[in-house]
Design a protein around this ligand. Structure first.
Ligand SMILES: *Cc1c(COP(=O)(O)O)cnc(C)c1O
Length: 340
């Protein structure tokens, strides 16, 4: 069996999850008649202490719907330069919302109040786009799974209120941050206008994301989801996997974090590794010495069944998840030795 460290999206549904999917009652969700989707949406809204939630096929869609609902064409979205919404959603901010973007240079994908205050445009200056929305990502993917400090998130919420900006959280891996930092989901619900979470990352569901917010916002989101082609019909079986994941797969994220820490320890001993972004959750990003045969190494590891990606000419990324066990991690030193 491969040791697949490419992404936490590669997991197979567990037996319990498949059984839950098979049992789920379904209906036409565009008519609002899928009992399992309704249950998942209610569960997510309650978890975050927010009014409503909407189930969507992907985290790209939940983010893009949020951006579309918070902005008008020509407005500006403020986010870190490494953000998924900017880097990995196919130019969707421009394509779907017609909005422009102000990129900030944060710390491993994390920005703060001062960054926002420095980036916001004077609304009376007709030359400038209207600053409308701040998007933050927790954990930050390209930051190597880095987590925000609560004070920074709460501080930015205050700043957004003062400046009249909406505040959206790309929480594709929010539960990793919650487990690592010990905050409550409800605290997040109190400070954000909208939250996107992915069920298909560390939580191990095959498909699905949720956008969570107040009732008016989610009503608008339902219209935009339809226009984006994301209205699904008897998708309750997918929602059942999501319910199962929220009930069974949150606490176990600790194991993924421990396994990522073990990988960090193993890589620290390798002379070809120059630096590792200190591991906070389930993502390990390592920088190699420039003289190292980086491509050859990745290829030889692949031949031994260890899969992972290069994310730059000298950096690679390894991600732990439900289908990576500590026994697999124990095999890594040997496989690395054979690949040098
Ligand atoms: C994976 C991811 C998403 C959503 O991706 P989809 O593949 O569209 O579900 C959004 N934000 C971040 C930070 C992600 O890592």
């Amino acid at each position: 069996m491969n040791i697949d460290l490419r992404s936490d999206t590669v997991t197979q549904p567990t037996k319990g999850m498949l059984e839950a999917m098979q049992r789920a009652p379904v209906g036409d969700d565009v008519f609002g008649e899928d009992p399992t989707i309704n249950r998942l949406e209610e569960m997510a809204a309650n978890m975050f202490g927010m009014e409503k939630a909407i189930f969507c096929p992907s985290g790209t869609m939940t983010n893009q719907i949020a951006i579309k609902c918070h902005t008008h064409p020509g407005d500006e979205v403020i986010c870190d330069e490494l953000s998924h919404v900017y880097q990995y959603e196919g130019g969707g901010i421009a394509f779907n919302a017609g909005a422009s973007v102000r990129l900030l240079h944060g710390d491993r994908g994390r920005i703060n109040q001062d960054h926002i205050k420095g980036a916001v445009n004077n609304p009376d200056d007709v030359h400038k786009p209207i600053s409308r929305l701040v998007v933050v990502e927790n954990t930050a993917n390209r930051g190597g799974g880095s987590c925000y400090e609560w004070a920074d998130l709460a501080g930015m919420s205050e700043t957004c209120k003062q400046l009249g900006l909406s505040y959206h959280l790309d929480g594709a891996r929010l539960f990793n941050a919650i487990v690592a930092k010990g905050n409550d989901a409800k605290q997040y619900g109190e400070i954000f206008d909208s939250i996107s979470i992915c069920l298909s990352k560390g939580l191990g569901a095959p498909v699905g994301s949720l956008l969570i917010g107040n009732a008016d916002f989610i009503k608008k989101a339902r219209r935009v989801r339809k226009a984006f082609g994301g209205g699904m019909r008897q998708a309750g079986s997918l929602a059942a996997a999501g319910i199962y994941a929220l009930e069974h797969h949150i606490d176990r994220l600790k194991t993924d974090h421990q396994n990522a820490k073990s990988i960090e320890g193993i890589l620290q001993k390798q002379p070809f590794v120059k630096e590792i972004l200190s591991v906070e959750t389930n993502i390990v990003i390592a920088e190699c010495e420039p003289t190292f045969d980086f491509k050859g190494f990745i290829e030889k590891m692949k031949q031994q069944g260890v899969l992972f990606f290069a994310i730059s000419p000298t950096r690679f990324r390894m991600v732990t998840h439900l289908d990576v066990s500590s026994e697999m991690i124990e095999q890594l030193p040997e496989k690395i030795k054979n690949s040098l």
